[in-house]
Design a protein around this ligand. Structure first.
Ligand SMILES: [Ca+2]
Ligand SMILES: [Ca+2]
Length: 566
């Protein structure tokens, strides 16, 4: 019917003040409205009172069931102030006390409806009217934002302030529970500045003071929401809005990084500076605790130069001034992290890194040598070429053990200066006395470098050695593998050529040298296989490589300047 809600226009004035709402006429005679509640919601946060604004649906019928009007036919709720005579008196009265989602069948006698005049051709005179009413919304012009916090996180170091940037999830519903929007269904947070007009006023106000992890319900009248016209799609005009919000993230663009939960080892003597190379473990999470990355899960440290822009700005800063072994939490706002885009993490996310510094060094570092035990007497100090026997305990800066000669019950033996150990160890073993103990800290470029040793030494690791020199054998002068202790025999060739065939065969050569060594007349370089040295000496002497040395070969070689000949 082409009727525009006649029963809801200002009604003819009847005096109804004195009438009792509980009375209803029997036998067709009604003195007051009669209300039959056909559905009562479990919860009623708020009941309509005079002066409230309501939105409701209705079907208007005559007692015989014949419909004369319906809001449903217009596909929009009827919206009106209650108790301001904008409705027929019976309706003004019936709405008071109703709850959202309550449904009532309201029967209104003529004198509280259109009385003797009726309404045009639609409502005859003296009509009793029935309205099937479903209340959907109620608010009052006095209303502000209502906040109901139903979950408070155990710790809250910071609350949302004006101009903060936040990320949150929400379900937006109308007062009757109709969902109109949800960030959850989009599977991404709503990210915005707060309190500076980027949001509807009710949200700008309702989100202030929130903690990360807090859950609250923010209810607002339309004046603080989408107003008289709604949002043009799912939010009708004059609708109260209810947002169920959980705050996930919070920062201010003025924020720098923050460093908290520091645990600094007492032994710390040095703090990292820009240009140092740091190896560290980390757990990365978002402010709400969501884990996003961990070096532990990869079972290897993250290694980088710091203060050089190789990592996100916040981490570059957060790794300056750290001690080896230190633990700290570095909280990084997105503009110092992965920005608005995010990279595998949500855009505009605050990052929380729990960092454990394993070690750091500088490419200019040298080997640190600390004498931990001095011997009272020291006749000789180690030098290049000496054969040294020592024990070591090798570990990383975090204390984890790599290897120890004590486990094998025997010393490690090397010739100093023969590149048999890493440069840092060569240095650490120099000028040492038997019985002396030292603590060595060896930077990776003097240790096992960027590659490390598979399954033993991580790449770029700083090494710690505690060493003890157990024994040493003095080496030969540099470059010599054999020297005479006494004067050289005058006719060496003849002495060697035992069978007098004018040739020195390998066996003759070897026997002769070994005899000199055993008799103390000569000395081979310590720490090497004597037979390999002698083989080399023979080869040097045997110029034509025919496996025997002639007297001519012997002389020729003797005239040259070299150390590996006799
Ligand atoms: Ca011979
Ligand atoms: Ca020869």
């Amino acid at each position: 019917i082409p009727v525009r809600s006649p029963p809801l226009r200002p009604a003819p004035q009847h005096s109804s003040q004195d009438q009792c709402i509980t009375s209803s006429g029997g036998g067709g005679l009604m003195y007051d409205i009669f209300i039959e509640k056909t559905f009562v919601p479990e919860q009623c946060v708020r009941a309509v009172k005079d002066g409230d604004y309501v939105r409701y649906h209705y079907n208007g019928m005559f007692p015989d069931g014949k419909k004369f009007d319906s809001s449903y036919d217009r596909s929009s709720t009827y919206n009106v102030f209650v108790g301001k005579k904008q409705l027929i008196a019976g309706m003004d009265k019936a709405l008071v006390g109703m709850c959202v989602n309550q449904r009532s069948l309201v029967k209104i006698p003529p004198h509280l409806a259109y009385g003797k005049k009726g309404y045009g051709e639609i409502i005859p005179a003296d009509s009793i009217l029935h309205f099937d009413v479903l209340l959907l919304d109620v608010w009052n012009p006095e209303d502000g934002v209502q906040i109901n916090t139903y979950h408070t996180p155990s710790n809250c170091s910071r609350k949302v302030e004006v101009s903060d940037y936040i990320r949150y999830h929400y379900n937006g519903t109308l007062l009757d529970g109709t969902l109109f929007d949800s960030s959850h269904t989009r599977m991404r947070t709503y990210d915005t500045y707060v309190g500076i007009g980027w949001l509807i006023a009710g949200m700008d106000q309702g989100l202030l003071g929130m903690c990360v992890g807090e859950r609250r319900i923010i209810t607002m009248p339309p004046s603080l929401g989408y107003g008289e016209n709604g949002d043009g799609s799912d939010i009708p005009g004059q609708a109260s809005l209810v947002f169920d919000v959980v705050l996930l993230d919070l920062h201010n663009t003025k924020d720098g990084i923050t460093v908290t939960n520091q645990i600094i080892p007492e032994s710390c003597t040095r703090k990292s500076v820009a240009g140092d190379f740091v190896r560290y473990h980390y757990n990365g999470s978002l402010l709400d605790g969501t884990f996003f990355d961990s070096s532990y899960s990869r079972n290897r440290t993250y290694d980088t130069y710091v203060g050089r822009g190789y990592v996100i700005a916040g981490m570059d800063e957060g790794l300056i001034g750290v001690c080896v072994g230190e633990r700290r939490t570095v909280t990084i706002p997105p503009h110092l992290g992965y920005g608005e885009e995010g990279t595998g993490i949500p855009g505009s996310a605050v990052l929380v890194f729990d960092v454990h510094i394993i070690d750091f060094h500088n490419p200019s570092d040298t080997t640190e040598v600390i004498v931990t035990h001095k011997t009272e007497e020291c006749v000789k100090q180690t030098k290049k070429g000496d054969f040294v026997k020592y024990h070591y305990n090798a570990s990383l800066m975090d204390g984890s053990s790599i290897d120890s000669t004590y486990n094998y019950g025997k010393t490690y033996n090397i010739v100093l200066g023969a590149n048999q150990v890493v440069p840092g160890m060569e240095e650490g073993l120099m000028d040492m006395c038997v019985g002396e103990k030292r603590h060595l800290v060896i930077p990776p470029h003097l240790g096992y470098g960027e590659r490390g040793v598979t399954n033993e030494v991580p790449g770029s690791a700083v090494l710690v050695f505690d060493i003890e020199l157990v024994d040493m054998e003095e080496g030969l002068p540099e470059g010599y593998m054999f020297i005479w202790n006494d004067d050289v025999a005058t006719d060496l060739f003849t002495e060697m050529d035992k069978d007098k065939n004018e040739e020195v065969e390998p066996s003759e050569f070897t026997d002769y040298i070994m005899q000199q060594v055993n008799e103390g007349k000569g000395r081979l370089a310590p720490g090497f296989d004597p037979y390999r040295i002698i083989d080399n000496m023979f080869s040097n002497q045997d110029r034509d490589g025919d496996g025997k040395i002639t007297e001519a070969e012997f002389r020729l070689k003797a005239d040259e300047v070299s150390h590996d000949e006799l």
